[in-house]
Design a protein around this ligand. Structure first.
Ligand SMILES: Cc1cc2nc3c(=O)[nH]c(=O)nc-3n(C[C@H](O)[C@H](O)[C@H](O)COP(=O)(O)OP(=O)(O)OC[C@H]3O[C@@H](n4cnc5c(N)ncnc54)[C@H](O)[C@@H]3O)c2cc1C
Length: 342
């Protein structure tokens, strides 16, 4: 089946869907409120199934070329002692978000994306066979269709990149906060911090982000301090972490939710963007194979809602365990046992 689609949002979900639908012969328009593709951003972990989805969208090679491999990770205590070592059987690729978005946008006809175009109400869009709401975790479309807003996880995140290569991937868990370090590219290190909201707000009053980070992590092991010393005036993205409660459907009439609009989740499993790519290829497959749009959307909902709802739940649990305040010895022992099982 072929037809016409309007996509709200030119993030990972929106651009991946646009690419897939154009390749399947659909007429596509993407409406994006921001003025263009971002030029800065941190690295995203891409699991093998997401890289396969990128292959199917024709951009796997570009993303591989722009990414670095991650084969294992170490979980550490704040003093640097190891809690567990995770040797991943499956290779994760770390790709800077701007490189991923640029690859997805590369080669799209110039009139496909309308930048600086805010969609206030999806119901006011002109007639089309399909409306794809890829408008992120704060999705106005989800709010209008299901009255569901994202809910705070009780943690905040700060993240950025600093000059200098990373020596492997580590996540360090302390009381009520964690600090992660991964490679970004050959010459830069990606870092992220997740902190219980009350601890972040009491550390934050009257301080700049680098000052907050030094206050929370300044006495942690040398690899963390090396990142703090390199912060300079590098940009820091700070946000309240949210996820999306389970929805009764990802579909309403001819409108379909994808990516964070459908299942925004805690970042702790590194799955949100991967799931957005899997949504895009599942939707394109369903639209290609089904006799009409309602049947295709029914198949998409059946394929994607249950697994992604489960991942949202697991990511919430991982967020809570990794920033726990109490029973840290028990937590670390469980993680050590789990690490040796992996
Ligand atoms: C700290 C952190 C670390 C993460 N790490 C990873 C990781 O390692 N691996 C991974 O897979 N995922 C990771 N994620 C998750 C990942 O960033 C998201 O899941 C992914 O960006 C979702 O893409 P999306 O296209 O659905 O939404 P978004 O990226 O939010 O895109 C939505 C787009 O819609 C536009 N928009 C919104 N409303 C409107 C409107 N009304 N009109 C027009 N345009 C609109 C926005 O401007 C935006 O461009 C992480 C997230 C965080 C916060």
């Amino acid at each position: 089946m072929r037809g016409s689609a309007v996509i709200i949002g030119a993030g990972i979900a929106g651009l991946a869907t646009a690419r897939g639908l154009l390749r399947a012969g659909w007429a596509v328009h993407v409406l994006e409120r921001s003025p263009g593709l971002p030029s800065t951003g941190t690295a995203l972990g891409m699991w093998p199934e997401a890289v396969r989805a990128l292959d199917r969208l024709g951009v796997g090679e570009q993303v591989r070329a722009a990414s670095v491999e991650q084969r294992g990770a170490r979980l550490l205590r704040p003093d640097g002692r190891e809690i567990a070592r995770l040797d991943l059987e499956r290779t994760v690729r770390l790709v800077p978000r701007p490189a991923l978005l640029a690859a997805l946008a590369e080669g799209l006809p110039p009139d496909v994306v309308a930048w600086n175009t805010l969609v206030a109400d999806h119901r006011a869009l002109p007639g089309t066979d399909l409306v794809v709401a890829a408008d992120g975790v704060h999705s106005p479309t989800r709010a209008a269709l299901f009255g569901v807003a994202p809910r705070p996880l009780g943690t905040g995140a700060l993240r950025g990149t600093v000059p200098g290569p990373a020596d492997g991937t580590t996540e360090t868990w302390g009381p009520a906060r964690l600090f992660g370090i991964t490679p970004h590219d050959a010459g830069h290190t990606n870092w992220f911090a997740s902190v219980r909201a009350d601890v972040l707000s009491s550390a934050g009053s009257g301080r700049t982000d680098p000052q907050i980070l030094r206050r929370l992590y300044g006495d942690w092991h040398p690899a963390v301090r090396r990142v703090l010393d390199a912060l300079g005036d590098t940009p820091i993205d700070r946000r309240t972490l949210l996820d999306v409660p389970p929805l009764p459907s990802y579909v309403e009439g001819r409108t379909v939710l994808l990516g964070d609009a459908a299942h925004g989740m805690a970042p702790n499993l590194g799955r949100g963007a991967c799931e957005a790519l899997l949504d895009a290829t599942a939707l394109v497959d369903a639209l290609t194979a089904a006799p009409d749009v309602p049947e295709a959307l029914r198949r998409y909902d059946a394929a994607r809602r249950r697994p992604t709802t489960r991942t949202v739940r697991l990511a919430r649990l991982a967020n809570s365990v990794s920033t726990a305040r109490h029973l840290l010895t028990v937590r670390n022992a469980v993680m050590a046992a789990a690490g040796s099982l992996v």
